[in-house]
Design a protein around this ligand. Structure first.
Ligand code: ATP
Ligand code: MG
Length: 432
């Protein structure tokens, strides 16, 4: 019997989840500024949705899918990425209709699943924050998207990053490049890895994405896709670069970058951490344009642009840059109950305080007053309400401002009926 978590997964415990919430909340705020709205799709999809979009010959589909047959023999898979499901939902819900604003901008946050060799920054269940914009082929959408990602990292305090871009051009440019690449790779076929040998004719662009060391050396001298862009593709890429320059967003071009998914066209990009302490999994954000994908899944001709960021890798980047995430760990009031008879009164007090919209906690373990005060201090409680058996008989409670040490007795009914006022009175500075 194995009662341990599956390989490549993690339990995210309190202490860590606060950091996740901070990252997610920062993303939500930025996305709102850019007018992206959240979408939530199922964790599993029909296998075909993913295979068709991401591509049969990619590592993701050919090796990394958590796919299975359900009880009615439907071939389904845990989602390995977010774009294909969102595109599927975009088509299925007819979000291309005239009643929706264009471009249709949406984001998602959630777990993705890939059967990979686990290591730092690479899990089998990992989490992505991703965005998609449907319906515009304007290069300004590409640039706005990349700017949004850069903004997000800046907001988190991350600065040691670089933006890497390339273009895969349109279908025609890719076909021309495909042939040039085959011509270059064929004479060297024997030296390629088994995977790359197979892909050489199936999907030669995949060879450029190989992680094999020998393959990497061979593709280093491969022809550049940028030399095969036709006029419209070149114009698009030139416009993207010009707009990045205008916005003073620094970038580098990597002519060999192709990305691990087949659906990309035109602009593709990655954002990498350059922090010294960052391990080898340094790509924290990746995406690009996917102008044929909506049609591929049965929708009308609709251009698209999106990216995804790995939350685990963002956390590693924050650690590598030694950025401290602000800890929000304080409560408005802590109730110290002295003696067993105050159990019910303590319960009523915290409930009353919470009902007024404040945060409150109390002791449940019958601990000594000193230990309770220690907890209140650890929780950074603004006020401590103390009630002992004699106070209970008199119907009063002692309220103390922990910062100013100011104390005052209130009637229990004051707390039950007008705690907001008590809170204001006790937290307005009463000393010089
Ligand atoms: P890599 O080359 O690192 O395998 P990828 O090209 O497969 O990345 P994408 O599919 O573009 O990555 O996913 C976007 C982002 O999601 C990555 O840049 C990374 O931050 C994160 N990511 C992808 N796979 C994993 C994983 N197995 N574990 C953790 N994060 C991941
Ligand atoms: Mg991968």
């Amino acid at each position: 019997m194995n009662y341990e978590k599956p390989k490549g997964t993690y339990d995210l415990l309190p202490g860590t989840t606060e950091k996740w919430q901070f990252i997610e909340e920062t993303a939500r705020l930025i996305f709102r500024d850019y007018q992206y709205q959240e979408m939530r799709t199922p964790i599993f999809e029909h296998y075909e949705v993913i295979a068709r979009s991401v591509g049969d010959t990619t590592d993701i589909v050919s090796k990394e899918m958590y796919d299975f047959y359900d009880k009615k023999n439907r071939h389904v898979t845990l989602r390995p990425e977010g774009t294909a499901p969102v595109v599927r939902a975009f088509v299925e819900n007819k979000l291309f209709g005239p009643e929706y604003a264009k471009p249709y901008k949406t984001y998602y946050v959630g777990p993705m699943f890939r059967y990979e060799q686990p290591q730092a920054g690479r899990q089998r269940q990992f989490h992505q924050i991703g965005v998609e914009a449907f319906g515009s082929d304007n290069p300004a959408v590409d640039v706005e998207s990349m700017a949004m990602a850069m903004d997000f990292f800046k907001q988190l305090g991350i600065s040691e990053i670089k933006l890497v871009i390339n273009s895969l051009g349109d279908k025609e440019s890719r076909a021309a490049y495909r042939q040039a690449l085959i011509d270059y790779l064929e004479p060297k076929a024997e030296e390629l890895s088994e995977d790359s040998k197979r892909r050489l004719h199936e999907n030669p662009l995949r060879v450029l994405d190989s992680k094999d060391r020998k393959d990497k050396a061979i593709v280093a001298d491969a022809p550049s896709i940028l030399d095969y862009l036709n006029e419209p593709s070149k114009a698009h890429f030139d416009a993207v670069m010009q707009m990045l320059d205008e916005l003073e967003i620094p970038y580098v071009i990597d002519q060999n970058m192709v990305r691990g998914l087949d659906y990309y066209t035109h602009t593709i990009f990655e954002i990498m951490s350059e922090a010294k302490k960052m391990g080898s999994q340094s790509t924290i954000c990746a995406g690009g344009r996917y102008d044929g994908l909506v049609e591929e899944l049965g929708g009308p001709e609709t251009p698209g642009f999106g990216f995804a960021m790995g939350i685990e890798r963002i956390l590693l980047t924050l650690e590598a840059e030694e950025i401290i995430i602000p800890e929000i760990n304080e409560i408005d009031a802590y109730v110290v109950g002295i003696g067993a008879d105050t159990n019910l009164a303590s319960l009523k007090l915290v409930q009353a305080i919470r009902n007024f919209g404040f945060s409150a906690d109390r002791d449940f373990m019958n601990r000594k007053p000193k230990a309770q005060f220690k907890t209140a201090a650890k929780l950074n409680a603004k006020l401590v309400l103390t009630i002992g058996e004699s106070e209970l008989l008199e119907g009063i409670v002692n309220v103390k401002n922990m910062a100013s040490r100011e104390e005052k007795a209130f009637k229990l009914t004051d707390i039950y009926e007008r705690f907001s006022e008590v809170y204001d009175e006790m937290t307005t500075i009463m000393f010089d």
